[in-house]
Design a binder for this molecule. Structure first.
Ligand code: HXC
Ligand code: NAP
Length: 298
């Protein structure tokens, strides 16, 4: 439970899907929505993780929270999941495109499969979920709010995270394009570009010990020189989902304490690393990936 700035019950009657809501920032937003009265659905590939999170949040908030195993890279599976949600009480009123994959790597070391591992989740998968919901909203004349979770490197580039930077930049322009195209249907699109909010999933792949804990060093000097607090993200995500600011659409809001303005907010400092360090980084990321993989149910 968070000490939120919006009043209790403000999201009562809302039905919200948070992709990747079983862990990290998705879990934070799912909890905030449930705490404010919404019915919440979370999806991901690890059913056990989803069930545990859904139960924890439902017990804490008293709201209905359901976990659905779905790999958003598979368009048919996405359509089936969205159909299941619609059949379970009607249309969604909100969607958060939060699920993502990422790892630091020199771009010259990436294989096509390595590029696709990230872009298939972020770029294609987020579009599949948006489309599956959007076509139903338009058909049924339902209003909705869509929030996509981006990164600040959509503005100045993401050295050493190029597949993520390209994919998130694509979602940024989806946000603006669909704000205009689907605005007449009452569907609004906004995005959040967070700075560093330490989560297990991100830190294992972006800040492994072998990288010299690059983000930790950067934080000492840039902007507000601290990590984001989960409640700060929760408040922004709740505000963008709540009624009362329907005229706000097509916008991407950075929440990074000014880091990208002060010091770029990306991984350019990794240029100092050599072959041996990159080998060690790859090994550490692989062992994190392998541990998560054994828990996958789809
Ligand atoms: C180079 C790598 C690599 C690495 C994997 N690959 N890790 N290449 N360096 N460190 C390559 C593999 O060699 C393989 O290519 C290809 O990627 C696919 O690998 P798989 O392990 O089979 O991938 P898959 O099972 O699809 O898993 C996807 C994943 C994984 C993205 C690699 O990390 C994942 O599922 N992540 C989900 C959670 C996550 O990433 N959370 C962090 C989000 S944080 P080859 O050719 O060898 O077969 C974030 C931004 C934060 O997005 C911003 C902070 C400031
Ligand atoms: P995380 O905990 O690893 O979250 C990623 C989530 O996405 C996981 O729950 C994962 O679950 C899910 N996911 C990955 N691939 C999927 C797929 N194919 N289908 C369905 N679900 C999938 O990391 P996080 O830090 O919270 O990141 C959440 C979002 O915030 C991401 O969009 C990230 O880019 C963004 N972000 C984070 C930070 C930060 O500092 N943490 C900063 C900027 C932006 P499964 O593995 O079970 O599928």
């Amino acid at each position: 439970m968070y000490d939120l700035m919006l009043k209790d019950g403000i999201l009562k009657g809302k039905r919200i899907l948070v992709t990747g809501g079983g862990t990290g920032l998705g879990e934070v937003m799912a909890e905030a929505y449930a705490q404010l009265g919404a019915t919440v659905y979370i999806c991901g590939r690890r059913k056990g993780v989803l069930d545990e999170t859904a139960k924890r949040i439902a017990d804490a908030t008293g709201s209905k929270v359901s976990g659905i195993a779905c790999d958003i890279r598979v368009a048919e599976a996405v359509d089936e999941m969205v159909g299941t949600i619609w059949a379970d009480g009607g249309a969604l009123s909100g969607l958060v495109n939060n699920a993502a994959g990422n790892f630091i790597s020199r771009t010259k070391d990436l294989s096509p499969r390595g590029f696709n591992a990230i872009s298939d989740i972020v770029f294609r998968g987020s579009f599949y979920v948006t489309l599956a919901c959007g076509k139903r909203w338009i058909e049924e004349q339902k209003k909705a709010s869509v929030i996509s979770i981006l990164t600040t490197w959509i503005w100045n580039g993401g050295p050493f995270t190029v597949p993520s930077a390209m994919s998130k930049a694509g979602l940024n322009i989806m946000t603006k394009s669909l704000a205009a195209e689907w605005g007449p249907h009452g569907i609004r699109f906004n995005a959040i570009a967070p700075g560093p909010f330490p989560t297990k999933g991100a830190w294992e792949r972006l800040n492994p010990a072998a990288s010299g804990n690059n983000e930790a060093a950067a934080r000492m000097t840039a902007g507000m020189a601290r990590n984001g607090e989960m409640v700060e993200l929760a408040n922004l995500a709740a505000f963008l989902m709540a009624d009362g600011c329907e005229y706000l659409t097509g916008q991407t809001i950075a929440i990074d304490g000014g880091m990208h303005l002060a010091a770029g907010g990306n991984f350019s400092r990794l240029a100092a690393l050599g072959d041996a360090e990159w080998d060690a980084i790859r090994g550490q990321i692989r062992s994190a990936n392998d541990k998560d993989k054994v828990q996958r149910s789809v």
